[in-house]
Write a protein that binds this ligand. Structure first.
Ligand code: BDP
Length: 324
């Protein structure tokens, strides 16, 4: 070995050591499709702040809200390669990736909002997070946020299931949701969140389905003035971290991430309830008609969807139903 080479090798530990120091602070990029001030964004930001404080700045965060890092689908892809470190994402978006989570994505699988909350707070909720972590998709499922109850909204009123016939209704890109809307007599159309506003305006779709805060904050109510309270989906929304990032954390840091994510779950819930109430008021003030509808025909129409997608999770679904 020549002298130069020897010198280089001798210098290597120092070089690495210095580089190690320079990399000591890890910045976590947090991605959100919702705008600043939205309950999930606020709770995720607070999680980031707590991590900064508790680790004396060894972990830092940067919040990218408003979908600036891309659609949820794109963010899930970036998370898998470690380009985005953490996000809160609809379980609907995650279904085509980690298919096990589709058990929660089925129409009317939860009796009501409270039922869903009991499930995510309990052992079944933890099991689903563990399934995300155990999947081959390089993610760690940390906690749940609340995405409320999803109802239909449209440019023409839907007062009963027949009114929905032939309407093009936007859904999250998950075949389960296309089948759900098709089973209700509509035509499910998948597209990203950011495309809905203009799709409604230009008539590419006749409606969409979502909770009151999204209907308000993404401005869909400006075109879709009829809100039909079908409550067909109650989708919880996991906080997930890239496993590439997770594996770089110390065990203490991992514990902190878990703890603060669980705290974010409860914090967001409170913010969510307030935001839902104020959104409903604002929507009504803006002239959106809230239509009470008989849910039974929607429940019955979607039975084949539950049969098709639920077959693989029959035991889990029985356990979900048994939770009072
Ligand atoms: C909102 C969810 C968000 C989804 C969005 C959608 O919070 O994660 O991306 O719906 O339907 O309620 O695209």
């Amino acid at each position: 070995m020549n002298f130069k080479r020897k010198l280089l090798i001798a210098a290597l530990p120092f070089a690495l050591g210095l580089q190690g120091l320079a990399q000591a602070a890890t910045t976590l990029k947090l991605a959100e499709v919702h705008p600043a001030g939205y309950p999930t964004v606020v709770a995720l930001e607070n999680l980031g702040k707590k991590l900064e404080e508790a680790t004396d700045g060894e972990l830092k965060y940067r919040m990218f809200s408003g979908g600036v890092l891309g659609s949820e689908k794109e963010v899930v892809e970036q998370l898998q390669i470690g380009a985005v470190q953490m996000t809160r994402v609809s379980l609907g978006t995650l279904g085509p990736v980690v298919s096990d989570v589709n058990a929660f994505n089925m129409p009317f699988v939860f009796r009501d909002h409270e039922h869903m909350r009991k499930i995510i707070d309990g052992e079944i909720g933890q099991e689903l997070l563990d399934k995300i972590t155990a999947s081959e998709f390089n993610m760690v499922g940390l906690a749940w946020m609340d995405g409320g109850v999803r109802n239909l909204y449209s440019k023409e009123p839907v007062r009963n299931i027949d009114d929905l016939k032939g309407m093009k209704i936007r859904v999250i890109g998950n075949p389960l949701f296309i089948d759900t809307l098709n089973a209700m007599g509509a035509q499910g159309v998948a597209m990203d969140t950011a495309e809905i506003f203009s799709a409604l305006q230009t008539g590419v779709v006749d409606g969409a389905e979502n909770n009151p805060p999204t209907l308000l904050e993404h401005n869909h109510y400006r075109t879709a003035k009829y809100y039909t309270l079908t409550g067909h989906l109650i989708l919880p929304e996991p906080i997930v971290m890239s496993k590439t990032t997770w594996n770089k954390l110390t065990p203490e840091q991992q514990e902190m991430v878990k703890k603060f994510a669980k705290e974010a779950q409860l914090e967001e819930r409170k913010l969510w309830d307030e935001k839902t109430a104020s959104s409903e008021e604002k929507l009504k003030a803006a002239g959106v008609e809230f239509i009470e509808v008989d849910k039974q025909p929607f429940y019955e129409a979607t039975a084949p969807v539950r049969e098709k997608y639920g077959a693989a999770y029959a035991d889990l679904i029985k356990r979900i139903e048994a939770v009072q």
